[in-house]
Design a binder for this molecule. Sequence first.
Ligand SMILES: C[S@@+](CC[C@H](N)C(=O)[O-])C[C@H]1O[C@@H](n2cnc3c(N)ncnc32)[C@H](O)[C@@H]1O
Length: 296
Amino acid sequence: MTKDGGFYERFPYPLNHTHHDDAQTTLLRILRSTDIGSRPKAVLDAGCGTGAFSRVLRAAFPNATIYSVDRSYASLSRLSQRDDLTDIVPVLHDFESGPLERTIADVVIFCHGVLHHCEQPKVALANILRSCRKIEFAWIWLYSQSGRYEIEMIRKVATELGRTETKKEEYGFELIREIRSFFPSSVAADYQLCRNYTTENNALDAEMEDRLMIADRYMNPVAKHYSVGAAFKLLSQCGLRVVDAPTLSGSVVASEFLERRGVRPKGMKYLSLLEKLVRPSGIGYIAVDSTRSTID
Ligand SMILES: C[S@@+](CC[C@H](N)C(=O)[O-])C[C@H]1O[C@@H](n2cnc3c(N)ncnc32)[C@H](O)[C@@H]1O
């Protein structure tokens, strides 16, 4: 049993779909626009799940060896069955237990939606970094605190009402649907995402997608929400320095407002204010080894 109580053995992620097209194309654009993008010998997809982003990484770094690592056997099995993902190296490994057996050199680290599901995020990140000899840059995507405020409230109410007992899974789904009805904007956001998935893939059923959404957002036993300040702290404690958060600065109106007010772009204060104005569900941080002065 993995440390998350086997959650991703029951709900490999993403189960039925790739990520929403927007997320994939945005990420691909960001990765391709980064100068260092063409140089790494290897890419470590740490916590790859069923491989939705390993596919994006394959496209962004055609010459690199892609190591897709996860501690969930069910997720890696699904990854291995995908016919749109060839030529990658799947590895079953738990980063909370230690680094990879073999160190990888000249690496881009990709860790998307993983650390906030770790009991010990600092240990997991330190072991991810220890698995690599030279880090070109790291992409770390973390749940945002301001964008997940309602999700956090729903989770808290569910926990207080005893949702966490895993044997009562059906009770949990029913309870969360009821609690969620007190948060109309969360219901609307969840339904919109499910509609996007089902429109992209006609074989999907909206009811099933909503179940998966509820499991992923509200029932995952470990899900921490990070403010920009908390994310900077986690990364710097492990020896990484944040150089950008391009998904966050994507809001032109909010960025322009802050710059007009004299807030220096890309600094922690700027990103922290942006987080509160934009309230994204998650933030992708680009970080480099803090001993390096630039990302050239
Ligand atoms: C929400 S999924 C994200 C999957 C993928 N990165 C994506 O964005 O499509 C989180 C994944 O991280 C994996 N994970 C969490 N903690 C881990 C750890 N300590 N070591 C390895 N994998 C881990 C889980 O098993 C799960 O597959």
